[in-house]
Design a protein around this ligand. Structure first.
Ligand SMILES: [Mg+2]
Length: 363
């Protein structure tokens, strides 16, 4: 039974720039947070990816690897505006159940839409409407499945312009060629744990019992993973987190101020998006004094200190490094790398920056 449709907009930031600036079309494009040769690309266009360029590539190296690369400074407010327009367009076709990130939406399928032919027709309708109303540069990969977990995997199977439907009868056969890391929830560290347990293929992952996965994960998450892989309905628990943040283990070549700042920008945008989506906002006085308070009932997150946005981001970077050295977060275990744990104060800066750059942005 089909229950979810996952839409991932391809090379989102770069595609928005191409839509807005026709002179960029046909050229490989890299999006950077600040114009500097030493910074990293927070996003690269479909053409650049086809030439082997990946996100996080440093500008100087990216230029060598990809002759003719056009470097464009990121415009977060424009991307947020496009996100909203795209969400409205998708919503006019099917109910949006969740904003997964600035470039990923999840729709719920029920009734007629849960029938494969109807679900595929819906996907084509969304693509056509997005192209007509937001612009032809806004391309997407759509996955359809019995739950979001499978729909997400399906949306990653064809890029760009993908449309993949996986029904219960396709499981697990159509997934056996994938890598463990292709599944949402298996990162570098979880992959290492699975390998240590003798699970190095998707086939072996499917062969493992529910209890075994629970033991490997060390939590009920492993048992959930077992169910999701089999297409069982995916009910998320209401979030009880009092912080919203994103963490990312920096690869060695990005362990310098400028590249780390570029990654930080991207994480900030993602985290801020989630914070707004959850209906919360920051108080007017955004300052950091070492503590934060979150009030879910009034939807407010209070901070103390942090003044200029750039100085703020740098201050947070130091804080994040400090947090990383002390943190032992099981979701993103430190494997000897610098771990950026983004705390609410960083979200505060993210929202603050967006508010400043676009007065109409409601938080
Ligand atoms: Mg995308």
């Amino acid at each position: 039974m089909l229950r979810a449709l996952a839409i991932d907009f391809n090379s989102f930031f770069a595609s928005v720039e191409k839509q807005e600036r026709p002179e960029l079309r046909g050229h490989p494009v890299g999006i950077v947070p600040i114009m500097a040769e030493t910074t990293g690309c927070i996003a690269v266009s479909i053409e650049a990816k086809a030439l082997g360029l990946t996100r996080n590539a440093r500008v100087a190296e990216a230029r060598r690897q990809c002759p003719g690369l056009v470097i464009v400074e990121a415009r977060p407010a424009v991307y947020i505006d496009y996100h909203r327009r795209l969400k409205d367009i998708v919503e006019s076709c099917a109910p949006v159940k969740k904003v997964q990130s600035i470039d990923e939406l999840e729709c719920e399928l029920s009734g007629d839409l849960a029938v494969p032919a109807q679900a595929l027709a819906l996907a084509r309708r969304i693509e056509e409407k997005v192209s007509r109303q937001a612009g032809p540069c806004l391309r997407s990969s759509i996955g359809i499945g019995p739950n979001w977990f499978i729909a997400k995997v399906a949306s990653d199977m064809q890029k760009p312009d993908g449309l993949v439907l996986l029904d219960n009868t396709d499981l697990p056969q159509k997934l056996l060629r994938l890598e463990l890391r292709d599944f949402c929830g298996i990162g570098e560290n979880m992959e290492a744990r699975l390998r240590r347990a003798g699970i190095d293929t998707v086939e072996k992952l499917y062969a493992a019992s529910r209890d075994r996965l629970r033991a490997i994960w060390g939590s009920v998450e492993g048992a959930r993973f077992y169910s999701w892989m089999r297409g069982e309905p995916q009910e998320r628990e209401a979030s009880r987190h009092n912080t919203i943040g994103h963490g990312h283990v920096l690869p060695p070549q990005l362990r310098n101020d400028e590249a780390a700042l570029a990654v930080l920008h991207r994480l900030l945008q993602k985290a801020a998006m989630r914070l707004r989506h959850s209906g919360h906002s920051v108080g007017d006085s955004i300052q950091w004094s070492g503590t934060s308070a979150f009030d879910p009932t009034s939807g407010l997150l209070y901070f103390s200190t942090i003044t200029s946005s750039d100085g703020g981001a740098r201050a947070i970077l130091q804080l994040a490094n400090y947090q990383g050295s002390e943190s032992n977060n099981s979701a993103v275990p430190d494997s000897g790398s610098t771990l950026l744990m983004l705390m609410p104060v960083i979200l505060g800066v993210g929202l603050h920056r967006m508010r400043r750059s676009n007065a109409s942005t409601a938080c």
